[in-house]
Structures are given as structure tokens and as C-alpha cells.
Write a protein that binds this ligand. Sequence first.
Ligand code: ADP
Ligand code: MG
Length: 321
Amino acid sequence: VPEFSLIRRLASLVPTSGADIECSIGDDGAVLCPDSGERLVVATDTLNEGTHFLPGADAGALGHKALAVNLSDLAAMGASPRWALLNLSLPREDAAWIEAFGSGFAGLAERTGVRLVGGDTCAGPLSLVVTVLGTQEPGRSLRRDGARPGDDVWVSGCLGDAALALERRLAGRPVEGRLAEALDAPEPRLALGRRLVGVAGACIDVSDGLLADLGHIATASGLGAVLTVADLPASPALAALEDDTRRWSLQLCGGDDYELCFTAPVAQRDTIRGIARDIDLRLTRVGSMEQGAAVRCRAPDGAAFRPARRAWEHFAGSDGG
Ligand code: ADP
Ligand code: MG
């Protein structure tokens, strides 16, 4: 059966076994061995052609990204990834596509200690669903509801690059270098997430735009927040945009950043700067939590800034039935 040769080929490309795996791909279920006393942290995310990536997207990039967006969720919980499941819906049996996809997936899996232990393969419109399982000590999860009034709001890396890359690609312009990497090969901030355990109050990964995702922390914590738009971290490509309003809107609402946004008491500033140095990752203070129920943005002149675009929303164009 062609389905099984694809699965066999995939399983030969990616890591599938280890001391914490009793039974992997090839049986009705995987048998996994977390250490006793550990918590299991589970997350899943879908990438659909036409919704999450453009038709004809590079298969190797998709292999990386399908895993990366899931690992980003584990990073935001402060967990360490261990195992993954992969549900593939493919329009046709395509050995070359599997080869490239498997290589992209394997590159990130090897670097992060993830083993592929199962999944499902079927015919249909191109769709990639990854489920990741990670572990951590009890009571150590970085949750959305842990922010306190007066806490600093921090963000890792730069914001808005993936959104700018997508805009340019949709306009038929070439996208290269760091900008293309931001969209096609986001790096899950796993080391940061682990280091933030015991330091950050609340944490989330920025997938739908900082404004919306900080909004989730605010709502879960029963607070509001204020962002200083001039402090939002910008790559050289973003900094080169002359229109401030456009740049800030990309940074606040762009989506697909896969950076971590977290809150921490002011007393943790030095510790956080130390973490940034240790893991060689830019960490920027962009605002603070406050009483209230909304996330507001402040322009350099002190006036309120309202972005020109909204966060990414599925079903935004439908009437909701
Ligand atoms: P079942 O009939 O029990 O669902 P399948 O024939 O779907 O089993 O799959 C056979 C084996 O291959 C199972 O161990 C399953 O987990 C694994 N598998 C199937 N598709 C994938 C995939 N895309 N990635 C990883 N493992 C897969
Ligand atoms: Mg099956």
C-alpha cells in the first residue's frame, strides 16, 4: 500500500525511538515512558494549505514550520518537548514531497530532542496536524493567568517580520534572508520558556499578533495592559519602513511571529537581562500590566495609537451562522 511506503520513508528520515519510548510507529498506539512525578504537557496545531500557507509552499519549510509552531506552544508553557504525532492529509502520493517535508521536520526534531511516535496518513486537501507532548515538573507551568498589576511586559526577538514577508510574497516580490526565515522557519523559543519558569508570571506565544495575544494574558489575569509602540523590537527590515503607523501595525497585529510575550515583576529586570545574555536572544520591555480590561497602545507623543489592521481571525469574514 502506497500509504505505508510513505510512512516507512518518513520514519526513516526522522528520529522515532529512545529510552523513553517503549513502542513507536508501527503499532496501534505508541507507548511512552515519562518519568514518574513529571507532568505531561500536550499541544496541537494545524497548518492548512490556503489558510496557513500558500499553495506550492516549499515542503521542507512546511516540515520545519509544522513542528515549530507546536514547539512554540510548549515553549510558552515552559515545558521540554519529547514526543510528536503527525497527521498528514495529502492530495496525492508524492515521494519527493515526503522526502523534503521529512527532512525539514527532522532538522528541527533532532535539534530539540523530539521523536515522532505516530500519526495518521490519508488522502485529502493538503493539511498538516502536529501534536507535541512535553514534560515538566509539577506546578511549574507558565500560564496566561499569572500577571499582576505593575508587572513589566516583555517580548522576545523581533515582531512583524513574518507579516511583512507575507505581504511582499503576496505582492509577488522576492523575499529573502532573515525576512524569509521569519515566515518560513520560525525558531521555537524553548530555551527561553524553560528559563522563565519561576521568573515570569504569565507567558504566551505570539502567533496572532502581540495585541491579541497579550490580550489573552490580560483577560486570563483579569487586567488591562499598556504597550509603548516605540519600544516594540524591529528588525532592520522593519526599521527601514518609513511609515511608523504601518510598522507599528505589523508589529502589533501581524501574526506568525512565534516569539514569547511574558510578564514579570519589575524586580526581575536584571535576572531577565541575564537570561537574554545567556541564551543570546533579544528580550525587550514593551509595556506594563495595569488595572482595567483592555490592551491600549501609546504613541511617542503620548497619544493613543490604534493600529490600522486587526489581528488574524479565522471565520472573521463569515457571519458565524
Ligand atoms: P491504524 O490503522 O492503527 O490507524 P495506520 O495504518 O494509520 O494505523 O498507521 C500505521 C502506523 O503508522 C501507526 O503506528 C501510526 O501511528 C503510524 N503513522 C501513520 N501515519 C503517520 C504519520 N504521518 N507520521 C507518523 N506516524 C504515522
Ligand atoms: Mg490510522
